[in-house]
Design a protein around this ligand. Structure first.
Ligand SMILES: [Zn+2]
Length: 178
């Protein structure tokens, strides 16, 4: 029954090992080659999300320049690169996207997410951290960020966010700080 849960079951058909069209999804994250017995895994990718709040209790949010959910609001962050800790990846992403320097970060929560990109559905483990930054003076939108805003946390509409994880992270953060 695992086959039915694999969101990429019709996409990967050729075995990356022997090259034959004999790959079938065997679980929600793996594919089995009936010819050479190779098993190909699409494991969860790790991603960091930053919760950055200014002195006016406003949340730093970004607008997505790219799909998925292009044009919707998002929280800053991104995927960990091979060899990085999740903290290192978040520090790098926040520098790349917004030119902000994180001085301190503290784990908040984690949620599963899916990230459809060029017809592959990537399974993601999103990890959110409450981040302090050195200063907001240098802030600018760059990389895959279109714009940024500081929005009042009180009464913030979660439906402005296109992806599931930022909604859940904000909900969690609001419950915690209520
Ligand atoms: Zn094979």
């Amino acid at each position: 029954m695992g086959k039915l849960n694999n969101p990429n079951q019709h996409l990967f058909i050729h075995c990356p090992c022997c090259g034959q069209a004999t790959l079938v999804s065997s679980t929600k994250k793996s594919f089995f080659c009936s010819a050479c017995k190779f098993v190909f895994y699409l494991n969860c990718a790790a991603a960091g999300i930053a919760v950055i709040v200014n002195e006016k209790n406003q949340l730093l949010v970004t607008r997505r320049k790219k799909n998925p959910a292009r044009g919707s609001l998002d929280l800053p962050g991104g995927f960990a690169e091979p060899g990085e800790s999740i903290e290192q990846s978040l520090i790098r992403e926040i520098k790349e996207e917004l030119d902000l320097d994180i001085t301190h970060l503290e784990y908040l929560c984690s949620f599963p997410n899916t990230y459809p990109y060029k017809s592959v559905v990537y399974q993601v483990t999103d990890m959110a951290f409450i981040c302090d930054v050195k200063s907001f003076e240098t802030i600018k939108a760059r990389d895959d960020i279109d714009k940024f805003y500081f929005l009042d946390l009180a009464g913030l509409d979660k439906d402005l966010f296109g992806l599931d994880s930022p909604k859940k992270v904000i909900e969690y953060y609001l419950c915690l700080s209520a």
